[in-house]
Design a protein around this ligand. Structure first.
Ligand code: UD1
Length: 356
């Protein structure tokens, strides 16, 4: 069986790692990893392959950045050629980035069986490009691997046959469990005992420059009580530069995007995490670390219902109050969702073995 994995952006790489390993144990399986090149900075890409011990992609399509239409179209053109050249029995796509939906469209038109890892998540907010990517990819997929039961219900509601949907758990947590011991040696020696860890890169937070400035003020305010460590995504760095925020202030430590292991180590030790990421909402829930999500909605409601995540919206007062609550020992407690147990990728491999 010949499988092609298509990945392109940072959050795809930690999902690929365990699936690739699990599929390697299927007899006579042959795998090709295609990197679209959506993310191309060393810190956003290469370093993840090194740290996750995934061999470098066999093919890199080097599409780079562009508008959504341009990036998606470039990925489609280049992925189509790869699929035609290699004739896979199945293509696997991950998450909700532009590379995911572009590859899904190509496979659906070439009648190549398509599997979507992390299917069924919905924010119900179509102003998010990722929501469009999720809706489209799921409609086109033959196998849909979901991380939690809410995702199954979303898919069933959209008319997708139950026979195609497989609740397998969270592959990102497979990676986290495997890598957590190795992460410990990446803790910086000068790490404060209490600190807030911050990431922001969504359009809703960084493309609205007035809000971005306000959010940086909020972080500086938090910095009066708690050290703030903020690894800055390239897109956010650009926007901050546009509004004249360049350096680290005494209250705020801006650093370059971090590789997987040091970031995981910081997450585990953080007093509180402030983020708009999807994956970090899940990782903090698993780690039992309080998470404040600077968004009005989430496609990962299980992290709010069961986990340590709270949606704080774009509301400075709420953000500051919630940070204060954590400092005062009133952090939200949570549980780990079912099947986030380190074996999700094995379940995926089992389903793939029986497919066809
Ligand atoms: C993408 C995903 C988002 C995911 C995020 C994780 C889509 C629609 N969005 O957003 O869901 O949460 O990745 O990081 O696919 N850039 C660099 N170097 C890089 C990559 C990007 O400088 O290696 C800069 C470029 O200026 C680029 C901008 O960041 O234009 C945005 O990159 P892009 O891949 O379009 O989207 P992300 O914001 O990274």
């Amino acid at each position: 069986m010949r499988l092609i994995h298509i990945v392109g952006a940072r959050p795809n790489f930690m999902k690929l790692a365990p699936v690739q390993k699990a599929i390697a144990s299927i007899e006579k399986s042959e795998q090709i990893v295609v990197h679209t090149g959506q993310h191309y900075d060393v810190n956003m890409s290469d370093v993840f392959f090194q740290q996750l011990r995934v061999k470098p992609p066999e093919i890199n399509l080097q599409v780079g950045s562009g508008s959504h239409a341009k990036q998606t179209a470039e990925i489609m053109l280049r992925v189509e050629q790869v699929v035609l050249d290699h004739g896979p029995d199945m293509v696997l796509v991950y998450g909700d980035v532009n590379s995911t939906v572009a590859a899904a469209l190509v496979c659906a038109k070439l009648l190549v069986p398509l599997a979507h890892v992390e299917a069924g998540l919905r924010s119900r907010d179509r102003s998010m490009p990722e929501e469009i990517n999720r809706l489209m990819t799921d409609q086109l997929s033959d196998l849909l691997f979901t991380p939690s039961i809410d995702a199954n219900l979303n898919l069933e509601r959209e008319g997708i046959s139950k026979s195609r949907i497989h609740l397998v758990g969270n592959v990102m947590i497979d990676t986290l469990i495997t890598m957590l011991p190795a992460a410990q040696s990446f803790l910086p020696p000068d790490l404060p005992s209490h600190f807030a860890l911050v990431t922001l890169h969504r359009a809703s937070n960084v493309d609205d420059l007035e809000w971005l400035k306000r959010m940086v003020q909020v972080l500086e305010h938090i910095g009066k009580d708690l050290a703030v460590i903020f690894p800055v995504h390239p897109r956010t760095r650009q926007r901050m530069h546009d509004v004249g925020i360049n350096g680290t202030s005494s209250a705020l430590k801006l650093v370059d995007p971090l590789p997987y292991l040091p970031f995981l180590a910081l997450q585990q030790r953080a007093t509180v995490v402030v983020t708009d990421s999807g994956g970090i909402q899940e990782e903090t829930t698993f780690l039992g670390v309080p998470c404040l999500t600077v968004r009005e909605n989430t496609e990962r409601p299980i992290t709010v219902e069961m986990g340590t995540n709270k949606l704080v919206g774009r509301d400075p007062r709420r953000i500051l109050n919630e940070v204060q609550a954590v400092i005062n020992g009133r952090a939200k407690q949570g549980h780990i969702p079912p099947l986030w147990d380190g074996h999700s990728a094995e379940r995926i491999a089992e389903v793939i073995t029986q497919y066809g």
